[in-house]
Ligand binder design. Structure first.
Ligand code: PMV
Length: 328
């Protein structure tokens, strides 16, 4: 099975008549229980399930227009060269859907630093799939959009939805049971603070990082067990609005993921010295009785988790952070 086979299954029989252009927005998401490791690299099938919360106003807007010239891709107002790795990734994704003669003009804009561990690929591929659905009037269900977005980037399967979102591991070889679903529960008081310590491109992308970890890290063996326990606790925390359980599970899950990377060879460390300073500040605040936790993806930037009633004290400690209200 390859990506093209899956696209054929999902779109089978749908007529291809495009309107001139379409545009869509998708929120980025941050996993509270992470996806790290693939059981199928071609189809982006995960070793474990994962659970995220969406990042509200932070995300990607993508406009796609049919063109009669060559493909043109603009990222954050800069036109990308054909050999740019992001452009190549996008073009090979688009090739899954079009006839060889069809060309596109794609304008994509993130309102946060690209490739700094803020899951730009998640909102990017989700926005692109939603825009394609509109361009070709496929009228796909959210489940089908999630399956297609997953072929672009695993975490994009979750960015089709807003709120708390779980991406099922699935067990089928064709991955048709590995898609995201939204949880019924909401948590309006929940806040996230994005602390950006660096906005340069990371040296090792998540695909290569996952491969290195699954192939060489002895600690990775314990990762599925960690996820099983953490998923249970996070769902219980969401159901009972137990912020302490949510925060400590998310923080420990993120650190356990980074522990598997550190135990890989060559070792993988996505943190900067400033990243650790943020961790230490959070721990110090907790010692002083402030309920605040963090999570972090494969990059140097930290996301602080807190409740609305701690907004003043958290803002005072992390001056330049961007505040996200996932359930506004
Ligand atoms: O979807 P990818 O290939 O960008 O991988 C995302 C991996 C993490 O962000 C580290 C974890 C996650 O669940 O989002």
């Amino acid at each position: 099975m390859n990506k093209k086979d899956i696209v054929r299954i999902i779109l089978g029989g749908k007529t291809i008549s495009a309107k001139p252009s379409a545009s869509a927005f998708a929120s980025s998401n941050i996993a509270l229980c992470k996806y790290w490791g693939k059981r199928d690299e071609e189809l982006n099938l995960p070793v474990t399930a994962s659970l995220s919360v969406s990042l509200g106003h932070l995300g990607t807007r993508t406009k796609i227009s049919i063109s009669n010239m060559a493909d043109r891709i603009t990222l954050d107002d800069c036109e990308l060269a054909d050999e740019d790795p992001f452009a190549r990734r996008l073009i090979s994704f688009l090739d899954l859907f079009r006839s060889p003669r069809e060309k596109y003009n794609i304008e994509t804009k993130n309102n946060f630093p690209t490739a700094a561990g803020l899951a730009s690929s998640a909102s990017g591929f989700a926005a692109l799939v939603i825009a394609l659905d509109d361009l070709y009037a496929w009228h796909l269900t959210k489940k089908e959009l999630s399956l297609l977005a997953r072929l672009g980037s695993g975490s994009a399967s979750r960015s089709i939805f807003n709120g708390f979102v779980e991406w099922q591991r699935g067990s089928r070889d064709d991955g048709m049971d590995s898609f995201a679903q939204v949880l019924a529960e909401q948590w309006p008081e929940l806040r996230l603070g994005v602390v950006t310590v660096a906005d340069e491109q990371k040296a090792v992308g998540s695909r290569a990082g996952m491969r290195r970890t699954t192939e060489t890290s002895e600690l990775y063996r314990s990762w599925p067990l960690q996820v099983e326990k953490d998923l249970r606790n996070i769902k219980e925390a969401i159901q009972n609005r137990d912020f302490e359980l949510l925060g400590k599970t998310a923080e420990s899950n993120a650190l356990a993921m980074h522990a598997t990377m550190l135990a890989a060879w060559p070792p993988l460390l996505y943190w900067k010295p400033e990243t650790v300073l943020v961790f230490q500040k959070v721990w110090k605040m907790r010692e002083a009785g402030v309920p605040v936790y963090f999570t972090i993806d494969a990059g140097p930037n930290v996301k602080i988790l807190f409740l609305e009633n701690q907004l003043n004290v958290v803002s005072k400690n992390f001056g330049s952070m961007e505040i996200v209200t996932p359930f506004s």
